[in-house]
Ligand binder design. Structure first.
Ligand code: PEP
Length: 250
């Protein structure tokens, strides 16, 4: 039985003061919310601060990226082991902003996914099509290539611990959301792709939806049979919105 999971991706936002205020508002009501896993992914410099603030709260810590290497001469990069040492449970891999702005290929994302597993982290594999790809009918093929690149590299171990996030690129930060039916169709496709590696594990893999999820559209999305929660960008920076989304997942 899959539980619900909501992950906040703070992207390159926050400050010591803003993080403290946000979590001060968020953590007490979240403590009363049962049956939903919640995590937040602050920028790297704030991981230690946020780890401290989250202590004993039941809210997990995640990071937004990692380097595929264990250590070495990679100026400006961060290794999975470092994230684990700071208390991260999750790490996003292949977010569309990483793919489009920093040129991460399906293969590079698969390498990062493998590195995350090796570091004991739960990789959150982000997949999604652009608007042009949706319009030309290649959504399923694009998602299949993104998922299979990971499965080919790590096999069914990939899905034993992982989370997948379907984030249509055209819905991220745009205010435009996939309809629950559109999202469900792709989530079903993703579960079938995972099932090619291992049907039992695929049935247990959380598949989150991301892309302009807000308090007023979350419940309808989360009610779909293959949508197991959300990866939330903009709305995770506002305590009331993020809380309402987490409550909608209950
Ligand atoms: C994201 O960046 O993962 C995301 C889903 O952003 P937003 O909720 O702002 O669309």
């Amino acid at each position: 039985m899959r539980g619900k999971l909501v992950i906040g991706n703070w992207k390159m936002n926050g400050s010591l003061e803003a993080n403290r205020c946000l979590l001060q508002e968020l953590l007490p009501p979240l403590a009363a919310l049962k049956g939903v896993g919640v995590a937040v992914c602050p920028p790297f410099p704030y991981l230690a601060q946020v780890a401290g603030l989250l202590e004993g709260s039941g809210v997990a810590l995640g990071a937004q990226n990692l380097n595929a290497a264990e250590k070495g001469a990679f100026t400006g990069e961060v290794a999975g082991g470092m994230l684990a040492e700071l208390g991260c449970r999750y790490v996003l891999v292949g977010h569309s902003e990483r793919r489009s702005l920093y040129g991460e290929s399906d293969e590079a994302v698969a390498e990062k996914f493998e590195a995350a597993l090796a570091a004991g982290l739960v990789p959150v594999l982000c997949v999604g099509e652009t608007l042009a790809q949706r319009r030309d009918g290649s959504t399923e093929a694009v998602i299949a290539a993104q998922v299979r690149a990971v499965l080919q590299r790590v096999g069914s171990a990939a899905i034993a611990v992982a989370v997948v996030a379907y984030e249509p690129v055209w819905a991220i930060g745009t205010g435009e959301t996939a309809t629950p039916e559109q999202a469900q169709a792709v989530h079903r496709h993703i579960r079938a792709l995972l099932g090619e590696a291992d049907g039992v594990l695929a049935a247990a893999t959380p598949i989150l939806y991301g892309g302009s999820v807000k308090a007023d559209n979350a419940a309808a999305l989360f009610a779909q049979p293959d949508i197991d929660g959300g990866l939330i960008g903009g709305a995770s920076l506002e305590a009331a919105s993020f809380l309402a989304i987490c409550q909608a997942a209950r």
